[in-house]
Design a binder for this molecule. Structure first.
Ligand code: IPE
Ligand code: IPE
Ligand code: MG
Length: 255
């Protein structure tokens, strides 16, 4: 952990006092089912409209100068939903990649996928790999799609990898540091989220980015995900801009 020598504050490079535009925003896109139910529609219609909301949010994130946008699209626990809903969601991901990938690539977006790929249908796996490979050299917004993602699963896989390296003698136990653990997670190389938004009024993390969220700011929006538009996103960004981040230290004013 870096500290500036004179004050003992956490490195001001980390935007002490908060404010400004978050470098990394992560979103738990929740409320599709309730959105549909309120209209007497099947849950799947909510997911379809949710995809439109996602397209708008990606565009808006780029316009606002956000560098990293992570979206929770399918959790490792979502397999427990009815099979018809699960297969609809798989189809939606497939359509998203097939229809939107070239446009994202043209917009200079770099795509990263986090989550467990083992056990996914080979077709889906291929599309995930294709989206990362095609966009790997882009320099605009990094879009991180959390798919078949669960933070505990991610941590368990990282711990197994680390334990394997220690057992093989290629890693000393003392070399297991904060940074080393981060580098073994699916999010290796991606800065921690500054702002985590959850829509639909639910107040929980649901196994999202547990390690990475250590010093994130949270914003809970009552808006259901399919209705989450530029104005709703801006409300979260202005709330963030007014936050004071301390990282365990003191503010510049010494309070
Ligand atoms: C979020 O909406 C999308 C996924 C979890 C895939 P939900 O489907 O959870 O919608 P609600 O929470 O039932 O309204
Ligand atoms: C979290 O939402 C997962 C995604 C948004 C993909 P859920 O709707 O699955 O979370 P719970 O079950 O309400 O906690
Ligand atoms: Mg939900």
């Amino acid at each position: 952990m870096t500290r500036s020598p004179d004050t003992g504050f956490h490195d001001p490079g980390l935007a002490l006092g908060g404010g400004g535009v978050p470098r990394h925003v992560a979103i738990i896109m929740d409320g599709n089912g309730r959105w549909a139910k309120a209209r007497g529609l099947p849950r799947t219609d909510g997911h379809r409209h949710g995809l439109d909301a996602l397209r708008g949010v990606i565009r808006h994130a780029g316009e606002r100068g956000i560098d990293y946008l992570t979206v929770f699209s399918f959790s490792s626990e979502n397999w427990s939903r009815p099979p018809a809903e699960v297969s609809f969601l798989m189809g939606l991901l497939r359509r998203f990649v097939q229809r939107d990938l070239s446009e994202l690539h043209q917009a200079n977006v770099r795509v990263r996928i986090i989550g467990e790929r083992e056990g996914l249908e080979p077709g889906i796996r291929g599309l995930l790999e294709e989206s990362e490979t095609l966009t790997r050299n882009n320099s605009g917004l990094t879009l991180i799609v959390a798919f078949n993602y669960g933070a505990r699963d991610e941590l368990v896989r990282a711990m197994r990898r680390i334990a394997g390296e220690v057992a093989a003698g290629t890693l000393a136990p003392e070399a297991v540091t904060d940074q080393l653990v981060s580098s073994r997670l699916d999010t290796a190389g991606i800065p921690d989220p500054d702002l985590i938004i959850r829509t639909s009024g639910e107040l929980r993390l649901s196994n999202f980015l547990l390690w990475q969220a250590a010093y994130a700011e949270f914003f809970f929006s009552p808006v259901l995900w399919p209705d989450f538009d530029a104005a709703a996103f801006d409300a979260a960004l202005s709330a963030y801009a007014a936050r004071e981040r301390r990282f365990g230290g003191l503010t510049a004013a010494g309070r």
